[in-house]
Design a protein around this ligand. Sequence first.
Ligand code: GTP
Ligand code: MG
Length: 513
Amino acid sequence: MRLRCFEKFEIEDCALPRDLTGDNFKTLGHERSGTSPLVPSDAQRKTIYALSTPPGKAGVAVIRISGPDVLDVWNRMVKVTHAKQSRNFNPNPWRMYRCNVLHPDNKQVLDDGLAVYFKAPRSFTSEDVMELHIHSGQAVIAAVLNALSLLSQCRLAEPGEFTRRAFAAGSLDLTQVEGLKDLINSETESQRVVALSAMSGNLRNWLEQLRKDIISCLSLVEALIDFSEEDVEEGVHDEARTRARRIVASIETQLSNFHRGEILRSGVKLAIFGPPNAGKSSLFNVLAQREAAIVTSIPGTTRDVLELSLDIGGLPVIVADTAGLRHTEDVVEKIGIERATEKITNADVALCILPIPDVYDGRDISMPPELSSMISRNDTYFLFNKSDLLQSSSIENLEISVPSLNASGVWIVSLTTGAGISKFLKEFGHALQQRYGLLKEQQGGSEPLITHARHRVHLENARRFLEAFIDEDDVVLAAEELRYAAQDIGKITGRIDVEDVLDVIFRDFCIGK
Ligand SMILES: Nc1nc2c(ncn2[C@@H]2O[C@H](COP(=O)(O)OP(=O)(O)OP(=O)(O)O)[C@@H](O)[C@H]2O)c(=O)[nH]1
Ligand SMILES: [Mg+2]
């Protein structure tokens, strides 16, 4: 009961309650060294600390400390080498100091390292921040973290709390927070490039402009509401509608770019398909660089869909191996083919593997009928396999016939001998890079990219409200639609009403970020 009461109590604002002073508090068993016998609650300890690098043996570990008591922490734990230790050393901000890191109470040297002070608001969190660069060894890290825990004004940071403070201070918006999280989690070149673009504020700037444009439309309509029609210039409502149409067009361009940002971030879904025995699983294994799928000479070997994530040309690609498509009465194979069909239909890109001896008679290519409905001109690439079973003169003829397929890309390979594989991998990677504009992004493309489903949902809502505004003749109702549209844009950046999504976004951060 006492403890609960204490948690609510703010040291700065109130006088001490009598029963919480000195000895009384010790009876609660929360003894702690430091200047005060009181143990502040977590809410009172505004200065947070955490290890910001992965724990383990390495050259350097960085411990980050942020909050109003950073200079206090500095003076109790940092002894700058070659500087006269005065009681209050004032570090120059943004400058690295060689130092001894000390135990705050007994002044024992815990490590020899570096310290830097970032003065508010020019720091990651916009608060005073300091970093201790110490040796990354388990005992060193433990000693310094333990020392920090003894300081009554400090507490261990929650996961993502440094970033959350940066967001609360307004130095990052939600799209930048998501970009930062994606950057830390990025595994491929495309993920890095897209995350960096979001983090640098490309999407935020575009959304802010969109919101300003909606508000300027709203101000026109408000003028119509506030003043009578006669006092406002003619055609104001039409002007607002014209501007709203321009905003809708801009949102539509962004929404219709084949989910480019989302795909660059989360992966291209690639389905390998074709008739049985074409070499689909053999290709899957080549891509996986291991025996991930069973390969036999029996047609219909693969039944279920197999998937793996790969880096192809810097893009994250989720590759699916599927059952061969053919007419069958076998119940199990039929289910496999249904699953394959679903996978191919939902894929971003499909790679059709054709066994040359079965589909090419030396003059014409004949496509198995089961495949025709799965082939789309834009999304399908072709791989003719088993070139080793063909005379070289026939291969040349096949190369001549290939353009008749009118496909996005066609290659001739032998998965058994390896002929043509490296050319295929290089060119296919390049084709995907071009398709999803990775090359443009790498060259510093500043086009905003929506990278999360959350962005798409709010943009679609905003578009709907704007369209409703355009169709609405009653100015009071029309203004309301514009307000909703602006609100949805604000929800993407976190300007308004997003408490419910904050926890979801910050939850996946590690401690120390
Ligand atoms: N000669 C030759 N045989 C190949 C080549 N690629 C694959 N094969 C053989 O073709 C047979 C079928 O290969 P898979 O990779 O299992 O074919 P699949 O398309 O996955 O077949 P299903 O799972 O039955 O649909 C195996 O015996 C492979 O060794 C090639 O380039 N040349
Ligand atoms: Mg197979």
